[in-house]
Design a protein around this ligand. Structure first.
Ligand code: SF4
Ligand code: SF4
Length: 228
């Protein structure tokens, strides 16, 4: 959704429903969007969290950077960057009447309204999740599996080698085991895990140029990637 806002389409003066902005990404939620989650049509299963310190593509500055604030995003359609709510066959938003404020502000020919909305307070998980037990577990998860902690040990690999690799793998395992245990023990739906705990570290470890490979016994080993 964001990318199209950066380079104003001088060839347009109104929305022609080409769908380009919806095919690029789902929107992130501002605080004003919370009623859409509390009352519908957006459900926790439609969302994921980008946690503090996670490497994200900043469309405003057109670069990868670590996010300093938590971001709640609408999921993309599998294997694409298209917003989950975009119906390509109909070239239409399936929640158009109740779409997030960033989408309402989207005018690819004039980014000013979008940028104004984008500066407003962002939604975070604590605006959506209120169960005290779950919030406590999320805090423990953050302490164990926060991106700062992960980065600390990834950087230490160069100096301390295996010792730091063991710590990194321990963090990945903690994150993995929690996701496996939470649906069974807490009744948390599988499709809400990426909102509650953010995206799996076994995927996002790629931001450090590393790849987690699952071994037949269920444990992981680390290899390197050529790019994040
Ligand atoms: S606002 Fe989006 S859907 Fe409308 S013309 Fe621009 S890119 Fe296409
Ligand atoms: S919510 Fe609707 S308008 Fe917004 S990006 Fe998704 S499909 Fe497009």
């Amino acid at each position: 959704m964001l990318t199209a806002t950066l380079m104003a389409r001088k060839d347009r003066r109104q929305c022609i429903r080409c769908g380009e902005c919806c095919l690029r990404s789902g929107p992130s939620l501002q605080l004003r969007d919370i009623p859409l989650v509390m009352e519908g049509p957006i459900a926790p299963a439609h969302l994921y969290a980008l946690r503090v310190g996670e490497l994200v593509w900043d469309n405003v500055h057109q670069q990868w950077q670590k996010t300093g604030t938590e971001i709640i995003k609408v999921k993309e359609q599998k294997g694409t960057r298209a917003c989950l709510f975009y119906d390509a066959a109909k070239k239409a938003c399936t929640i158009y009447e109740h779409r997030p404020v960033q989408c309402v502000a989207m005018k690819c020919w004039d980014p000013s309204e979008f940028m104004r909305v984008y500066q407003e307070p962002k939604a975070s998980r604590k605006d959506i999740i209120f169960d005290p037990n779950l919030l406590r577990l999320m805090a423990v998860h953050e302490a164990q599996c926060g991106y700062d902690r992960l980065e600390h040990f990834v950087k230490a690999i160069e100096n301390t080698g295996e010792e730091a690799v063991k710590e990194v793998l321990g963090i990945l395992k903690w994150d993995h085991d929690l996701r496996r245990m939470a649906p069974e023990n807490l009744g948390l739906p599988h499709d809400a895990l990426d909102l509650v705990f953010g995206r799996p570290l076994t995927h996002t470890i790629s931001m450090f140029g590393l790849k987690a490979v699952r071994k037949p016994d269920g444990s992981y080993l680390l290899t390197t990637l050529s790019s994040p």
